[in-house]
Write a protein that binds this ligand. Structure first.
Ligand SMILES: O=C(O)CCC(=O)C(=O)O
Ligand SMILES: [Fe+2]
Length: 354
């Protein structure tokens, strides 16, 4: 069987895009490089919550190969094979496969179209999760790509600490590859849905949300549809950057920084007409605080000068993440809701946005 990837062609539609910072991460190891990068990243993390990186060291071939593997997994295996390990949202467990059509959207009869495959870290602690034959067949490549993605994010975690003028390793130490956490490499597929069905759910492919964890890496997505909500309330498309990775902050980093780092609201809408008749495959790496992570407002001179520092109750990373996943997914639908709040320890989580 050939495992191939033909990258989708760019849309010709004129979309209204957000103006996001593009960081060249190849500067990181130069003298002063990481301090310059931290300076460049500062506005992006405190305002947009999204930015892009190039020069990250993962080759276009490696990324294309992962898209090929993702397509191979979703399209060449049966649902039974893919379901050898499924996500268990009731326990807040996020690893494994979720099939399409298991949830209704916005109280309509229209079903969700997303297949998701969340692959845990290859640090020797998740052997029981690698049940799919696909993982057994391609383990070495998955392991390499997971670790390379982690190394890219690790640099960003260091930059966040530099921005806050705290111990440079602070966030890295809260996200070690060898520690247990719900970090995962994710393959995703949004299948084609009819225009009539899309209309019933207001053209929403993924409802407005903030990410649960600390940091998300979204590998180059040529099928547009991802939008972020700016502070003036407008929605703007996120432009794919050639060989780039779009990055965004998740809620946990917002808690650590008491709002200084923004977990920006985003959603996915029906792609432009010249891209809508193909499935939309996605490739991501999600960082999440884990068993040894202590989520607590960090004592930073920057936060103090902004009046954002206060003593806060420590929260265990895994405990927070599990509760969040359970709250979001453990139901039969993705409801339309705005400003629904729930509490984990002393942190208030807002779930559901317009
Ligand atoms: O598919 C995308 O472009 C974004 C997906 C997303 O926001 C998520 O899975 O958290
Ligand atoms: Fe997201």
């Amino acid at each position: 069987m050939t495992i191939e990837w033909n990258p989708p062609a760019a849309t010709k539609e004129q979309l209204s895009h957000a103006e996001l910072t593009v960081l060249d991460l190849s500067k990181y190891d130069e003298a002063n490089g990481k301090y310059e990068l931290a300076q460049e990243l500062k506005t992006a993390v405190s305002k947009d919550g999204f930015w892009s990186i190039i020069g990250h060291g993962i080759s276009p071939e490696e990324v294309s190969r992962q898209f090929a593997l993702s397509k191979h997994f979703f399209d060449d295996y049966t649902v039974a094979e893919k379901s050898a390990q499924t996500v268990d949202f009731e326990k807040g467990d996020y690893f494994g496969y979720k099939s399409a059509g298991v949830k209704r959207v916005f109280g309509t009869q229209v079903k969700d179209t997303t297949e998701v495959f969340n692959i845990p870290k290859f640090n020797g602690q998740y052997e029981s999760y690698y049940k799919q034959d696909f993982i057994k067949q391609h383990r070495k490549e998955l392991d390499d790509f997971s670790k390379k993605s982690y190394e890219v994010g690790k640099k960003l975690l260091t930059l966040f600490a530099i921005i806050l003028e705290i111990d440079e390793e602070y966030f890295v130490n809260n996200h070690l590859y060898n520690d247990r956490s719900d970090d995962h490499l994710r393959y995703m597929k949004y299948s084609i849905r009819s225009a009539e069905d899309d209309k019933q759910v207001e053209n929403i492919y993924a409802r407005a949300h903030t990410d649960f964890g600390s940091l998300t890496l979204l590998f180059e997505q040529r099928v547009e549809g991802l939008q972020i909500k700016l502070s003036d309330g407008s929605w703007k498309y996120v432009k794919p950057v050639e060989n780039g990775i779009v990055c965004n902050i998740g809620d946990a980093l917002t808690f650590w920084s008491n709002g200084y780092f923004k977990s920006t609201i985003h959603r996915v809408v029906r792609p432009p007409e010249d891209q809508v008749s193909q499935p939309r495959y996605g490739l991501f790496y999600f960082f999440r605080p884990g068993d040894k992570s202590v989520v607590q407002i960090v004592d930073s001179p920057v936060l103090r000068s902004q009046g954002l520092y206060k003593a806060s109750e420590p929260l265990n990373g895994t405990e927070y993440v599990r509760k969040r996943v359970e709250n979001y997914h453990n139901r039969n639908d993705y409801p339309k809701q705005a400003n629904v709040k729930f509490k984990v320890g002393s942190y208030e989580v807002v779930d559901g946005f317009d």
